[in-house]
Design a protein. Structure first.
Ligand code: NAD
Length: 351
């Protein structure tokens, strides 16, 4: 078995490769990454030391990618993974990375008849529709009202039936275009794939940069006693997300590879779910308790583009298909991150 992980030096790709190496020592594993993400280069020696091959390459370059040779499975993680990508930075760049780069990956997968696991995102759901959810304000968080006008929302959270068509950010749109094209690659080029629309993923290996996910960022700011902001929704800090431990992501991908024939062609929402949901206000409390530090938090009442009040994942579809449910809590995530971000650790954390 030969498996290529695009973005293999990034947070999720690196964790996946380490998990696969530990679980299947005889597999041939390759990381393919252009090391664009600050800090990814620090994972390369660790990959090599584990016997995982590293190829320094860019998915935007089709020829470079094809030079890797035939593989059995591609796990496609390479991406410009910032929700604000294309809004506060070049929109052309995010389209090239996430869409044109993905097309090269799909072509390559179809040519070598490789099974493909596509890392998509819950940000493919329309921001406008997420902002139209009926919710109420409680002491520490927003909660969904019982009666909703939109499809795909229940007390279980947001399912795959939630509206997609309206605007969703460049990040969400480029990821969704990839999903749409995968259907065509399956129909006309025989490509077999699974799509995972992940929520917030967190755990060891995240550097706590703002663009890389809120949980590690919040904890690192507390550890380093640096200020934070509650942005949007009146600055209350009551917006809600769910947290998924990266080890649960690895377990899910493993199950999908084991049962590929029965799940191929499926699109799954996968996230921490209601049990692992949190508001920023609650996250602040957890970080204060863990670090013993409290930091100034500025209130910024106005929303930024792409902000949403509440999202937690309805995992019913993926649970029914594979029996997968997240095993680790947000508290497990935070304590693993605390070990990793410990300022005495011998890792250099990018600023
Ligand atoms: N982390 C999350 O919370 C989250 C949530 C939902 C979906 N996802 C998806 O999971 C995947 C992995 O995310 P992550 O958190 O590990 O991000 P990351 O930024 O840590 O890793 C992405 C890696 O891809 C590499 N890369 C970027 N553009 C590339 C290119 N053109 N060619 C080759 N390599 C390139 C980067 O250098 C980086 O190492 C992404 O597709 C992301 O959209 C992540």
């Amino acid at each position: 078995m030969k498996i290529l992980v695009t973005g293999g030096a990034g947070f999720v790709g690196f964790n996946l490769l380490c998990y696969l190496k530990d679980s299947y020592p005889t597999y041939q594993l390759l990381a393919y990454d252009n090391l664009k993400r600050l800090g990814s280069e620090q994972n390369v020696p660790s990959l090599l030391a584990r016997g995982i091959e590293f190829v320094h390459g860019d998915i935007r370059n089709a020829q470079e990618l094809q030079q890797v040779g035939a593989v059995d499975v591609i796990i496609h993680c390479a991406s410009d993974a910032s929700v604000l990508g294309g809004i506060t930075s070049s929109s052309e760049l995010i389209v090239q990375n996430n869409l044109l780069g993905s097309i090269n990956v799909f072509e390559y997968a179809a040519q070598c008849n490789a099974k493909l696991v596509y890392f998509s995102t819950n940000r493919i759901y329309s921001c406008e529709s997420l902002n139209a959810l009926a919710y109420m304000e409680q002491e520490t968080r927003f909660t969904l009202e019982e009666n909703q006008q939109l499809a795909g929302v229940s007390d279980q959270g947001i399912s795959e039936q939630f509206p997609i068509l309206l605007s969703k950010t460049f990040y969400g749109a480029t990821k969704y275009c990839g999903e749409v094209l995968l259907q065509e690659y399956a129909a006309y080029k025989g490509l077999q794939y699974v799509v995972n629309r992940f929520g917030v993923i967190s755990g060891k290996g995240q550097f706590g940069m703002e663009s890389q996910g809120v949980i590690a960022y919040w904890l690192r700011q507390h550890l380093e006693k640096k200020p934070l902001k509650y942005i949007g929704f009146g600055g209350s800090g009551k917006q809600v997300r769910d947290a998924l431990h990266v080890a649960d992501v690895c377990a899910l991908v493993d199950l999908q590879l084991q049962h590929f024939d029965s799940v191929q062609g499926n699109v799954f929402n996968a996230g921490g779910g209601y049990a692992n949901s949190f508001s920023l206000l609650e996250l602040t409390g957890y970080c204060e308790a863990l670090t013993g530090n409290s930091v100034p938090i500025q209130v910024v009442a106005d929303q930024r583009a792409g902000d949403i009040p509440i999202y937690y994942t309805d995992n019913s579809h993926v649970t029914a298909a594979l029996g997968w449910v997240p095993q680790r809590s947000i508290h497990d995530i935070l304590s693993d991150l605390l070990d990793w971000l410990d300022p005495t650790a011998k890792i250099s954390f990018p600023g």
